[in-house]
Design a protein around this ligand. Structure first.
Ligand code: NAP
Length: 285
């Protein structure tokens, strides 16, 4: 594939961004379909987000993605957002619509597809505890409730974001409680729920040793631990859980699935899924 005057640009915005595997995954997909497109990563400072989005519009960027910490903050700067993003309140995918720059969200559906690939039946599960209440947590929580999960326990550092997310889930007809982030609440949540999902960046490279501090004594083989972090592939939280006999799933499964959905959105053609999987595997070989 040759970059030339007709090459279409796709971009991911985030901070930090050096860890991202999205350029590797999407450029592989472009190459395998012989699409004249290129995908690159941009680290931007929070105070420059509006200018950056205006730049994307002015430059005619075709689409891309948004990651930590901009999934919610980007919404006011876009020309519009899809129904999925309105429901979730966060954007992870950018696309062009009638010449405008719009946002949608593929994290939620990607997360559900990843769980399904592990034979986890959301509608049969009594509930889940979610650590975090940011953009990814919103997508995961909304998708779980829409998929039929009855009860969620949101544990978050800041009370405001946690209560807002719990309230959103109740508005959608789910049962949700907010609990402050402390040992007593985490222990109680692990006694009540078997599925725990870490949606915070705690434990992500380069600070892999700074994962959520949860006492391993509370882990049992009935627990299923999910970490949305995909770098490292297996976080310390997941390694500890695995050592206690728990089932685990890292963020790579969701990265792939949300990427497949985004690709379908952009190109409306068959997604080169196997090539994307091989590329992601290569990074961790
Ligand atoms: P975000 O919107 O910035 O939200 C971050 C969340 O983590 C907030 O709830 C925040 O709590 C909490 N948090 C941050 N630092 C913390 C700390 N030191 N102690 C306790 N809580 C802390 O970020 P995001 O977009 O949701 O992304 C979160 C993570 O999910 C990132 O690691 C991202 O890479 C990962 N992710 C992975 C995928 C995938 O496909 N695998 C998809 C989406 C996201 P406060 O409310 O108190 O600030």
């Amino acid at each position: 594939m040759e970059i030339n005057g007709e090459t279409k640009n796709y971009i991911i915005l985030g901070n930090p961004i050096a860890h991202t595997l999205s350029p590797a995954m999407y450029n592989t997909a472009f190459r395998s379909l012989n699409l004249n497109c290129i995908y690159t990563a941009c680290q931007i400072e929070p105070e420059n987000l509006g200018e950056a989005v205006n730049g994307l519009k002015a430059l005619g960027i075709q689409g891309g993605n948004v990651t930590i910490p901009f999934k919610e903050k980007i919404i006011p700067f876009l020309d519009g957002v899809s129904q999925e993003s309105q429901l979730i309140g966060a954007v992870n995918t950018l696309y062009r619509k009638n010449g405008e720059l719009w946002g949608t969200n593929t994290d939620g559906i990607g997360f559900i597809r990843a769980l399904q690939s592990r034979n986890f039946a959301v509608q049969d599960s009594p509930g889940a505890v979610i650590l975090g209440a940011g953009g990814a947590a919103k997508a995961v929580a909304v998708a779980l409730v829409v998929a039929g999960m009855k009860k969620l326990c949101i544990i978050n550092r800041s009370k405001e974001r946690g209560t807002v997310l719990a309230e959103k889930i109740r508005e959608l007809g789910g049962e949700a409680v907010f609990r402050e982030w402390n040992d007593v609440n985490i222990k109680a949540a692990l006694q009540e729920y078997s599925l725990l999902i870490n949606t915070t960046p705690l434990g992500m490279v380069p600070h892999i040793e700074k994962g959520p501090q949860i006492d391993q004594k509370w882990f049992t083989p009935q627990h299923f631990f999910v970490d949305l972090i995909y770098n490292p592939r297996e976080t310390q939280l997941l390694s500890k859980a695995k050592a206690q006999g728990c089932k685990i799933m890292g963020g790579l499964d969701m990265l792939l699935e949300q990427g497949v959905v985004a690709f379908e959105h952009w190109f409306k053609e068959k997604v080169p899924r196997e090539a994307m999987v091989r590329e992601l595997e290569r990074w961790f070989a």
